[in-house]
Design a protein around this ligand. Structure first.
Ligand code: FE2
Length: 300
């Protein structure tokens, strides 16, 4: 039997540990514990001799106090310090939650990202929140979104069903960027009962003019079930690793496939996908067991 004092101590103790756990999940893990997540792989049919370091930033979700322009600028400096050949941005620049103390304007986060530098360039795709927070684009059911315009304004190309050919040490390869798969919100007035995407995987890959390797950028990982073997590596974000992840399991994942594409390096049928746990968060300002991460991927 538990004594009254023991009961109070237990309740008090769990209350205190609840408070410190929430402080950790709301304050410390989201804000302070950013780390570099490193992968090194030689994907199938990757040309011998093409050594490539790709650094990726996903799901920035700019907002105050969590992801200020100052913090984004310092993340950009951290990314540059990894000396990548190429930097890619995997979408969701705008706020993903209303639990904020202030908004960050599109021009502000874009300006903070303009400090990114890599010899082969910086390339981006858009995420669902870049569409969802853009009232004009929702109404028009078409881009260009404010996010696209802001990125282009600071000189960062945005690939929406588009490709770019790059070269390193005389070896060519392609970056293909998919348009967002959940761009338009459901809208009863327009008889749209689910989300509508603008992604065109076949059309995008059809723009690749030769047999050189392809790296595909796709904000939501769910497209991976349709990605052909021809693509050497797919990079995604969107899931935030579920934001809460314990023992390699995420209870809540915004994916039709649950934990299958929630986080990390997935290999299926000789095809490679890397899902970043991202940097910010959506819905709730919480992260637990999925520290904010900058991806560094060494290919070759
Ligand atoms: Fe997303």
């Amino acid at each position: 039997m538990i004594t009254r004092r023991g009961f109070l101590r237990l309740v008090g103790g769990s209350f205190l540990s609840m408070v410190s756990l929430s402080a950790y999940a709301i304050g410390i893990e989201p804000m302070l514990l950013t780390h570099v997540k490193r992968y090194a792989l030689t994907p199938p049919h990757w040309p011998a001799g093409l050594k490539l370091r790709v650094v990726a930033l996903a799901d920035i979700h700019a907002c105050r106090p969590w992801m200020t322009p100052e913090r984004i600028a310092s993340l950009a400096a951290e990314a540059n310090a990894l000396q990548p050949d190429l930097i890619v941005l995997l979408g969701d620049y705008t706020a993903g939650t209303r639990l904020v103390t202030g908004w960050v304007r599109v021009a502000e986060w874009a300006e903070a990202l303009s400090g990114l530098e890599a010899p082969l360039g910086v390339f981006s795709i858009l995420g669902n929140h870049d569409w969802w927070t853009d009232i004009r684009a929702q109404r028009a059911e078409a881009g260009p979104t404010q996010s696209r315009q802001a990125l282009e304004h600071v000189g960062i190309p945005v690939l929406e069903n588009d490709v770019v050919r790059l070269e390193k040490d005389g070896q060519g390869f392609w970056i293909a960027g998919l348009a967002d798969q959940l761009a338009l919100l459901p809208n009863k007035a327009k008889a749209r009962h689910g989300f509508q995407g603008f992604d065109d995987l076949d059309g995008t890959l059809a723009k690749v003019a030769n047999s050189e390797p392809i790296i595909l950028l796709a904000h939501e990982p769910d497209i991976f079930t349709k990605v052909p073997w021809r693509v050497s590596l797919t990079l995604s974000g969107h899931t935030h690793g579920g934001q809460v992840r314990l023992f390699g399991y995420s209870p809540v994942v915004p994916s039709a496939y649950g934990n299958r594409f929630a986080y990390g390096h997935v290999v299926e049928n000789d095809r490679n996908l890397i899902v970043s746990g991202g940097l910010g968060f959506s819905i709730m300002p919480v992260r637990f067991g999925v520290r904010p991460e900058i991806l560094q991927i060494d290919l070759g």
